[in-house]
Design a protein around this ligand. Structure first.
Ligand SMILES: *Cc1c(COP(=O)(O)O)cnc(C)c1O
Length: 362
């Protein structure tokens, strides 16, 4: 069986460094907001070419805390893609704001910048750019719009660790970027973890307080904050893995290039191949009109796969207020997408077998 994702195998090359990190924290006697978090924040900010990094508990909190820190008036709107992950939309409503869904570009599966203008109202305050599947959104167009209408830009970079864009790196392409280090992400912890990167010093200061009860000085509370701290153990593990992220992303690119070259089944739509070396291939997502049959066929031949995602946000029970809206592109996508195994631990033989099996599907 080739599982869709084998985290034990993915973390295998890091086991010794992870054990050393765990031992160091365990022996230190200091477990929350200490040297390990500071050190990871410094390294990850540098990696993203941004001035500040603030470690938080997870990716959803990273998004939510930034939106809260911006302190928009009640009823403000945030624009986000119609096929965003549910956490992106949850963060908007958790911050007391209104999500405004905009359809995707069917070539890239990312928010279509040409449709954003029509969605902007006098209540719009921000655009959330979800770099879905490991590819950066069209940030030049989006930042131009944001500038014209005086909007903030929040990158949801939870699937884009290390992704490149002509003007820089994911994490430094808007006003702030939210990261998740959930174990399955390109840079994954051994539990929940997240961060925000930004060049805005005052936002960074607010976030440091907001993640820790709204306090920058013990027992002095300037904001009604959260408990959303990145812990020392996860920070130490992330520091051990970060130096290998680029190398692992390159292995992902190698596998993606192979899939793109060798998958020849005419019923399959492949992901965009024009930015192989900028994308970080968090997921390799194909489309097939009989997706469920293809998935069952792969399963019967020992190949795991997954669906990202089966249901778009406007069809979720959690958001009855979005149910009336129509997003045909998002609906079509969610019925056809299938994610193939793609991770740095996959062998060439496994990739070749997957290609063979898919090319024989009729
Ligand atoms: C994983 C993910 C999140 C949420 O991160 P958590 O750490 O699980 O809270 C948000 N947005 C996107 C696009 C994600 O892939």
């Amino acid at each position: 069986m080739i599982p869709f994702l084998d985290l034990k195998r993915i973390n295998e090359p890091h086991q010794i460094a992870i054990q050393t990190a765990i031992e160091r924290v365990s022996q230190s006697g200091w477990y929350i907001l200490g040297r390990e978090v500071e050190s990871f924040e410094r390294q990850f900010a540098q990696y993203c070419q941004s001035d500040y990094c603030i470690g938080v508990a997870n990716g959803l909190d990273a998004l939510t805390l930034v939106l809260k820190a911006w302190n928009f008036p009640v009823g403000s709107e945030v624009i986000v893609a119609s096929n965003a992950y549910i956490a992106s939309v949850l963060s908007i409503t958790h911050a007391g704001l209104t999500p405004v869904l905009v359809e995707l570009d069917p070539q890239t599966y990312l928010i279509d910048p040409t449709r954003i203008g029509a969605a902007i109202t006098e209540r719009t305050r921000a655009i959330m750019t979800v770099h879905l599947y490991g590819r950066c959104c069209d940030m030049d167009s989006i930042n131009r719009l944001a500038q014209r209408y005086n909007l903030k830009v929040l990158e949801d970079a939870a699937q884009a660790h290390g992704a490149l864009y002509p003007s820089g790196r994911a994490g430094n392409l808007g006003d702030a970027a939210a990261w998740s280090f959930y174990p399955s992400k390109n840079l994954g912890a051994l539990g929940d973890a997240g961060a925000v990167t930004t060049n805005d010093e005052s936002l960074a200061r607010q976030l440091r307080a907001l993640r820790n009860y709204g306090s920058s000085q013990k027992y002095v509370n300037d904001y009604r904050g959260h408990n959303s701290r990145l812990d020392e153990l996860q920070a130490a593990i992330l520091s051990a893995k970060l130096p290998f992220l680029d190398q692992e992303n390159n292995r992902r690119r190698e596998i993606a290039r192979h899939y793109l070259r060798e998958l020849k089944n005419p019923a399959i739509t492949l992901p965009p191949a024009d930015q192989i070396t900028q994308d970080v291939w968090h997921l390799f997502v194909i489309r097939h009109p009989r997706r469920d049959a293809l998935r069952a066929y792969l399963h019967d031949r020992g190949i795991g796969s997954d669906i990202h995602y089966p249901t778009p946000p406007h069809r979720q029970k959690a958001y009855p207020e979005l149910a009336q809206l129509s997003f045909p592109l998002a609906d079509a996508l969610h019925g056809e997408v299938l994610s193939l195994p793609l991770n740095p631990a996959l062998t060439d033989d496994e990739v070749a077998y997957i290609v063979d099996v898919i090319n024989q599907f009729t």
